[in-house]
Write a protein that binds this ligand. Structure first.
Ligand code: NAD
Length: 278
């Protein structure tokens, strides 16, 4: 079997087209949606990601603002920026790019964001709203992107056993919250695995939908995949590769080639979930 490739690039373009229409309607009604992104420090991956978000905003017709603080910025300085954005009527939503430098508490910063503007959905108020099935809650971008990928690819989730490998607050846990709800793209039986799970390969093999978000290059091998399963690779890992000019390449948490020979559908890395997240 050769797996169907779930193409994040095409699906993301489709979403952006839909979004641009909604934004145009709002602008016609006198409101231009505004999104701000706050980035602290010089992490190259975060910088690229933040720049892509800003560009996508402008292309969709939205007002975009990027606030860059140096890595030496204090927590008080960052909280002052959060307070300003909370109060700014031209900004309807904003996010603080993670990870933050070690000397800043992400927990305190996330708690300070007005839940009504918390587009990343990381404030405990929005985490709770998502878990009780409130459809108006902000949903974290990466798992929501995965769910959209399943829905827009016409893949049935109802009744499926979804196994999620990874229990982070950013991906694994909200992914479970989304897939278990009684909504389109939900109604799964959900199992979450993590670094302490016993006999993980046996659990993974039970999955109709396998979502992997652990940050370990090519961790998932074909023996962990049920033939025909849908495999969603969230991982983004840089591995050394002297055969290419830049000296590295990006791989996911799934051994793509061998797993694609077993799976029914699979995402690319890059070009898969990452596109949906932006
Ligand atoms: P994290 O480091 O916060 O969490 C990793 C999780 O993996 C932990 O819950 C841990 O228990 C689990 N884990 C680690 N080793 C394991 C093992 N051997 N077996 C089972 N579970 C194990 O990571 P995160 O923020 O959720 O990110 C995970 C990966 O997804 C990273 O590669 C990250 O770069 C990527 N990511 C991609 C996107 C995107 O847009 N595509 C967004 C966020 C994160």
């Amino acid at each position: 079997m050769t797996a169907r490739v779930l193409d994040g690039k095409t699906l993301a373009e489709e979403i952006r087209r839909d979004l641009a229409i909604e934004v145009a309607e709002l602008v016609q009604g006198g409101v231009q949606p505004g999104l701000a992104v706050v980035i602290v420090g010089d992490d190259p991956a975060s910088r690229v990601y933040v720049a892509s978000k800003g560009k996508a905003c402008v292309e969709a017709g939205m007002h975009s603002e990027t606030i860059r603080l140096p890595a030496s910025a204090t927590e008080a300085e960052l909280l002052a920026v959060v307070d300003r954005l909370n109060a700014d009527p031209t900004i309807h939503g904003f996010l603080v790019q993670l990870p933050l430098p070690k000397h800043i508490s992400s927990e305190r910063v996330l708690l300070r964001i007005n839940p009504a503007k918390d587009v990343d959905g990381f404030h405990p108020m929005n985490v709770g709203r998502l878990s009780v099935g409130d459809r108006t809650a902000f949903r974290p971008a990466t798992p929501f992107g995965v769910q959209q990928m399943l829905i827009r690819s016409g893949l049935e989730t109802k009744g499926a056993h979804a196994v999620i490998i990874g229990r982070s607050n950013i991906v694994g846990k909200p992914m479970a919250s989304l897939l278990v709800q009684d909504t389109p793209g939900g109604n799964c039986t959900v199992t979450i695995c993590h670094s302490r799970s016993r006999d993980l390969p046996a659990i993974a093999r039970l999955a109709d939908i396998l979502v992997v978000a652990i940050g370990k290059p090519e961790f998932v091998t074909p023996d962990m995949v049920k033939p025909g399963a849908i495999v969603i690779d969230v991982g983004i890992n840089r591995v050394t590769d002297s055969s290419v000019a830049k000296g590295y390449r990006i791989v996911g948490d799934v051994a793509y080639g061998p797993v694609a020979a077993v799976a029914g559908a699979i995402t690319l890395v890059p070009g898969g979930v990452g596109r949906m997240t932006i």
